[in-house]
Design a protein around this ligand. Structure first.
Ligand code: 5GP
Ligand code: ZN
Length: 113
């Protein structure tokens, strides 16, 4: 998707602080971090939202999980972290390319706002 911000980060057109890259997944630091560790895991393939995922996307979800778990280990988050996906405008999704947030490095309240 030529005008998609996260497609452009994935293909290197727009710079980002990338912490992990695999053939299918990119993980990079959020530009406006909400915790000491705040990264986003995205598929290289343009998927507009969590709600666009279906039964054929199980492998992709597994790759996103594996990438985030590796980053959590790299970042020393063995005492806990949170994975969040905002889906749709009412949940605060602001970029229409699937992204999983990984937050850690501080106590995290529940329920989230
Ligand atoms: P959402 O609000 O859609 O759940 O999350 C989008 C996230 O992308 C936000 O946390 C926001 O700070 C982050 N973000 C938006 N634009 C950029 C950017 O250009 N670079 C990086 N690294 N993060 C961005
Ligand atoms: Zn995209």
């Amino acid at each position: 998707m030529p005008n998609c911000l996260f497609c452009r980060i994935a293909n290197g057109e727009i710079p980002a602080d990338k912490v992990l890259e695999t053939p299918d997944v990119v993980v990079f630091r959020d530009i406006n971090p909400q915790a000491p560790t705040h990264v986003l895991a995205i598929p290289r393939r343009h998927v507009p939202a969590f709600s666009a995922l279906g039964p054929d996307d199980g492998a992709l979800l597994g790759k996103l999980a594996e990438a985030l778990n590796r980053v959590a280990t790299q970042e020393g988050l063995s005492d806990g972290y949170r994975v969040v996906c905002n889906n749709g405008p009412r949940a605060g999704q602001s970029v229409d390319h699937l992204h999983l947030h990984l937050l850690g490095g501080r106590d995290l309240n529940w329920p989230p706002g």
